[in-house]
Design a protein around this ligand. Sequence first.
Ligand code: SF4
Length: 94
Amino acid sequence: MNNRVLPVRPAVGGWPAAACRGADMKTFFPAPGDLATVRRALMICDRCPVRIPCRRYALDNRERYGIWGGLTEETRETLIRIGPPSAESSGSVG
Ligand code: SF4
């Protein structure tokens, strides 16, 4: 990720309440193994009022890099791999 141009987040124009607005985007694209930066990004996402739409955007658009909606690349990969919860596993009673 170090030599890539950082992507523009929809938050810049579409989510004025985003907690990362104005933040250094490098925080959301940490170098591999930089757990301190990952934690810092997750703490910002944790207090963000648009965390859910941000997460949905990243999953729908298969964003491969960075932290979006409080999810790391690895977590998004896992969620995409296992798919959405079924009615059976989501705890709904029918
Ligand atoms: S959830 Fe995180 S990455 Fe998404 S807009 Fe909010 S602060 Fe930015």
